[in-house]
Design a protein around this ligand. Structure first.
Ligand code: ADP
Ligand code: ZN
Ligand code: ZN
Length: 747
C-alpha cells in the first residue's frame, strides 16, 4: 500500500458513535516499516493509551496538535483493504462505529478491551540453549513443562500458557522473573507448519446433468473473477453439497480462497467430515463451540493462507482470507445467520458485500430460499437462478398428509394426537420403523385460536397475529392496536376459543400414554442442556435404540435418520401464528424441511401435519412441496403492506428497569423521528410504540418502535439523525436503545 502522506489516519478503539472519525498520528522513524494500512497500533488518546487501526495516510483538515504512535500491536497487518472497506460499510449500514465493526471482524482473541493489551510470552533462549536448560530442570518438572509448551506454541498469554502446561500461572511468572520467558505486547508469528494431507481427494462421483449445469455457470463466474450471485434452489437430497465442493475446488485453482457457511456446526458434523475428506488439511473450521485458542489457531491459518477453505457458522463470515473468491451459504434462508445481540449483522449481507469488494462469487443454496433471495433471483433480478429439481436417488419426496384438527375437535377427539397420527405411529411401531414427532416450542407469545373454525385474531393494520395478554386483551406488537377478547368467535360463533400450545414434555407424556411399549426420546433445550447430550440422543436414535424421537426445531434441520419413515408435526399453528410478518414463510420452510426428514433411507416415508388451518397456503404448499405456490401467494401480502422484499423494516428496541421510563422514552423517540419526516405523506412510517412480544427480560422492560420504508438508506439516515438529536438534546435519556435494520425476528 502506498503511503500518501506523513501522518497515519487512525480509527481509535472507542465505541461511541460520535467519535467515529479518524485521528492523525505521526509515525516515529523506528516504526516506519511496521505501520501500514491495516495495522493495529497503540496511540495516546485523552490521557490514556488506546488501541487503534491504521486505515490510511493523509493530512488533517486544520491545524491540530499531532501526537506520535506509541507502538505497534501485531507483527503483521490485521486487516486487508477489503475488510477495512467492509467495516466502513458496516458502520454505515448497521449504525455502529467503525471501531465496533472492526472489533467484530477481528478474532475475539485479538480484541483489546479498553486499555488492556494482551501480553504474549515467548522464550528468550535459542533451541539448543533451551534443551540444555530444560535438562537441568529435573527438580522443576512444572517449569520444564511450561518451557516445552512455550517452544511449541509461542505467543500464548500467561494464562493460556499455564493452562496448556497444566500448571498454575505463578510457575510462568517465575520463568519470566528468571528472564527465560519474555513478555511482549507484540504477537509472535507462529510458523505455519505444512498442512497435513493438503491434497484434495480425487472426485469420484459423476455429476448429474443438473449439477453439471449449475457448476458450469458458477465455475464460469469464478474464473472471470468478477462479482456475481447465484441462488442454487435445489430440493432436499438433490446434491447441492457436491456443487459447493466442486465450486470450491474451482476457486482453489485460481489461487484464491473459499468460505462456506452452515447454520449450525453441531447439526452438520457430516459436512465437516465431507470437507476434510475432500480438501484435507486445507480446511479451517470456525465456530463458537471451539475454545478461544482453537478458534484463534484456525483464524491464523486462514489469515496466512495455509487454510484456503473455511467452513464455519455465522461469525466465520469475517474470516480473514487474503483474497476470497467464493462465499457459499448453505440453507441461506436460516434465521441463525442473523446476529442477535449487539451489532445485528446478517451473514448473508456481509458475504454479499465482501464478495462485491473482492470480486468474488456468492453461492446461496437452499431447498426453501428466503423470499428476499427468490425475489432477487426472479426474472430481471440481480441474482442468477440455478435449480436442481430431482433428488439424486430419483426417489420422490415423501407424501404429506394434512390433518384437520378442527374436525377431530368436532368429533370429540380433544387430545394432542389425532386419530390419523396415532394409527400411523402404531403402524411404525409394529413394523419396527422410526417416528419423529416435531413441535415448535415457541409457545410463549400466546395467540388465541378458535378450535371450531381455526380463526386466529390478527391486527387489521399489520396482518400479524395478536398476542394475548394477562389483562385479557389482545395486542399487536408492531403498532400496539388492542382489542378485548370476545367470548365467542366472530367467525363462527363458537365459544371454543382460547390460548394455544403444548410443550415437549406434555407431548412426551401423551405419547407414553398412547404407545406404552414404545422407546421414546425427547430432544429440546432442557434435555440437551448438558454438554454432549445432544449427540448422545442423536446417536441413540440413529442406532435404533429408540422408536420415537420428540423434539423442537433442533430435529428439523440437517439430521439424517435412515430408519425414519414417519414425521409428525404436532401443530403447524404455533409457527404460523407467531407475531411476525415472516410467520407464513417460516412455517412453509419448517414444514418442508421437516417433511424432508422422512424416508431418507431405503424405505419410503410419509409426513403428517396437524393443524387448525389446513387451507392456509403455507401448509398446502409445503404439503405439495411447491415453493412456487408459496411464493405466488405470499408475495402479494408482502407487497400490499410494504414488508420485505418490497420495503425495509427497522426495529428500535428500548429497554429499562422502569416500565414508565421505557414507555415514555419510546414515545419521545417516535416524536423526534416524526419531526425529522416532513410532509403529509411520510416516506417512513413509524409503528408503535408497543411492548415487545417478550415484554420483560432480566428485569428490564422492552418496548419497540417498528419503522417501515421503501428506501433502506432513508430508513437508516432517519434513525441515525434521530439518535444524534437524542444524544445532543436529551442527555438525561435513560432507556438503552438497540437498532435492528431488517430484523429476522422481533421477540
Ligand atoms: P442436498 O444438500 O441437496 O440436500 P446432498 O448434497 O446431501 O443433497 O446430496 C444427497 C446425497 O446424494 C449425498 O449422499 C451425496 O453424496 C449424494 N450425491 C450427490 N451428488 C451425487 C452424484 N452426482 N452421484 C451420486 N451421488 C451423489
Ligand atoms: Zn370460529
Ligand atoms: Zn398492528
Amino acid at each position: 500500500m502506498k503511503k500518501t502522506g506523513p501522518y497515519a489516519e487512525v480509527i481509535v478503539d472507542l465505541n461511541a458513535r460520535r467519535t467515529d472519525r479518524v485521528f492523525h498520528y505521526a509515525v516515529p522513524p523506528e516504526l516506519w516499516d511496521k505501520v501500514d494500512v491495516g495495522a493495529r497500533v497503540l496511540v495516546p488518546f485523552g490521557g490514556r493509551r488506546l488501541a487503534g487501526y491504521v486505515v490510511g495516510f493523509g493530512y488533517p483538515g486544520g491545524a491540530v496538535n499531532i501526537k506520535e504512535i506509541a507502538g505497534v500491536l501485531d507483527a503483521w497487518q490485521v486487516f486487508t483493504p477489503e475488510l477495512l472497506a467492509l467495516a466502513r460499510w458496516m458502520a454505515e449500514s448497521y449504525l455502529c462505529s467503525t471501531a465496533e465493526a472492526l472489533q467484530r471482524i477481528l478474532s475475539p482473541r485479538l480484541q483489546v478491551k479498553g486499555t488492556r493489551v494482551v501480553k504474549h510470552l515467548r522464550t528468550t533462549l535459542s533451541e539448543a540453549e533451551l534443551e540444555i536448560f530444560i535438562s537441568s530442570l529435573d527438580r522443576a518438572p512444572k517449569q520444564a513443562a511450561v518451557l516445552r509448551t512455550a517452544v511449541k506454541c509461542p505467543g500464548l498469554t500467561r494464562k493460556e500458557l499455564a493452562d496448556a502446561a497444566e500448571v498454575s500461572p505463578s510457575v510462568v511468572d517465575s520463568l519470566v522473573e528468571k528472564g527465560i520467558l519474555a513478555v511482549s505486547a507484540e504477537e509472535v508469528l507462529c510458523r505455519p507448519g505444512r498442512p497435513a494431507g493438503s491434497f484434495a481427494k480425487i472426485e469420484t462421483l459423476d455429476l448429474n446433468a443438473g449439477q453439471k449445469d449449475a457448476l458450469e455457470k458458477v465455475a464460469g463466474a469464478i474464473r472471470q473473477r468478477s462479482f456475481g450471485v447465484f441462488l442454487l434452489h435445489g430440493v432436499t437430497g438433490s446434491g447441492k453439497t457436491e456443487v459447493y465442493l466442486r465450486a470450491i475446488a474451482a476457486v482453489l485453482e485460481t489461487s484464491r480462497q473459499a468460505l462456506a457457511l452452515v447454520p449450525e456446526i453441531s447439526l452438520t458434523p457430516q459436512m465437516v467430515d465431507l470437507f476434510r475428506e475432500r480438501f484435507g488439511g486445507q480446511v479451517a473450521v470456525l465456530h463458537s463451540a471451539l475454545s478461544g485458542m482453537e478458534r484463534y489457531g484456525e483464524w491464523r491459518r486462514v489469515k496466512e493462507g495455509a487454510a484456503p477453505v473455511v467452513l464455519g457458522t455465522r461469525s466465520a463470515v469475517f474470516a480473514p482470507m487474503p483474497s476470497p473468491g467464493l462465499f457459499v451459504i448453505d440453507e441461506e434462508h436460516e434465521s441463525s445467520y442473523k446476529q442477535d445481540g449487539h451489532l445485528r449483522y446478517h451473514a448473508r449481507e456481509i458475504a454479499l458485500k465482501r464478495a462485491q469488494l473482492a470480486g468474488a462469487v456468492v453461492l446461496l443454496g437452499s431447498a426453501t430460499p428466503s423470499l428476499e433471495s427468490q425475489f432477487r433471483a426472479s426474472a430481471g433480478g440481480p441474482y442468477q437462478l440455478v435449480t436442481l429439481n430431482e433428488r439424486i436417488d430419483g426417489r420422490s419426496l415423501p407424501p404429506v398428509r394434512v390433518v384437520d384438527m378442527r374436525r377431530e375437535q368436532k368429533e370429540g377427539h380433544r387430545g394432542i394426537f389425532s386419530r390419523v397420527l396415532i394409527a400411523a405411529v402404531s403402524r411404525r411401531l409394529e413394523e419396527r420403523e422410526q417416528t419423529l414427532l416435531f413441535l415448535n416450542r415457541r409457545g410463549f407469545a400466546s395467540f388465541v385460536i378458535c378450535r371450531e373454525c381455526g380463526m386466529v385474531f390478527k391486527c387489521p393494520r399489520c396482518d400479524i397475529s395478536l398476542t394475548y395478554h394477562q389483562d385479557g386483551r389482545l395486542r399487536c406488537h408492531y403498532c400496539n392496536y388492542t382489542v378485548g377478547l370476545p367470548d365467542r368467535c366472530p367467525g363462527c360463533g363458537s365459544y371454543h376459543i382460547g390460548q394455544f400450545g403444548a410443550g415437549t414434555q406434555k407431548v412426551e407424556e401423551e405419547a407414553r400414554r398412547f404407545f406404552p411399549g414404545a422407546r421414546i426420546l425427547r430432544m429440546d433445550s432442557d434435555s440437551t442442556a448438558r454438554k454432549g447430550s445432544h449427540a448422545q440422543i442423536v446417536n441413540a436414535f440413529r442406532d435404533r435404540r429408540a422408536d420415537i424421537l420428540i423434539g423442537t426445531q433442533m430435529i428439523a434441520k440437517g439430521l439424517d435418520f435412515p430408519g425414519v419413515t414417519l414425521v409428525g408435526v404436532i401443530n403447524a399453528d404455533t409457527t404460523l401464528h407467531m407475531p411476525d410478518f415472516r410467520a407464513a414463510e417460516r412455517t412453509f420452510q419448517l414444514l418442508t424441511q421437516v417433511a424432508g426428514r422422512s424416508g431418507r433411507g431405503s424405505l419410503p416415508g410419509e409426513a403428517l401435519i396437524q393443524t387448525y388451518c389446513p387451507e392456509h397456503y403455507s401448509i398446502t404448499a409445503a404439503a405439495a412441496h411447491d415453493c412456487n405456490k408459496f411464493y405466488q401467494n405470499e408475495m402479494p401480502v408482502r407487497r400490499s403492506l410494504g414488508y420485505p422484499p418490497f420495503g425495509h423494516l427497522a426495529r428500535l428496541l428500548l429497554t429499562h428497569e422502569d416500565e414508565e421510563t421505557v414507555k415514555k422514552g419510546a414515545a419521545l423517540v417516535k416524536e423526534l423521528l416524526n419531526n425529522l419526516l416532513p410532509g403529509e405523506k411520510k416516506s417512513v412510517s413509524i409503528l408503535g410504540p408497543a411492548p415487545a412480544p417478550l415484554g420483560k427480560i432480566k428485569d428490564r422492560f422492552r418496548w419497540q418502535l417498528v419503522l417501515k420504508a421503501y428506501n433502506r438508506n432513508l430508513l437508516r439516515d432517519i434513525i441515525k439523525e434521530g439518535l444524534s438529536v437524542l444524544e445532543k438534546n436529551h442527555s438525561s435519556f435513560k432507556p438503552a436503545i438497540n437498532v435492528d435494520i431488517n430484523p429476522q425476528g422481533m421477540l
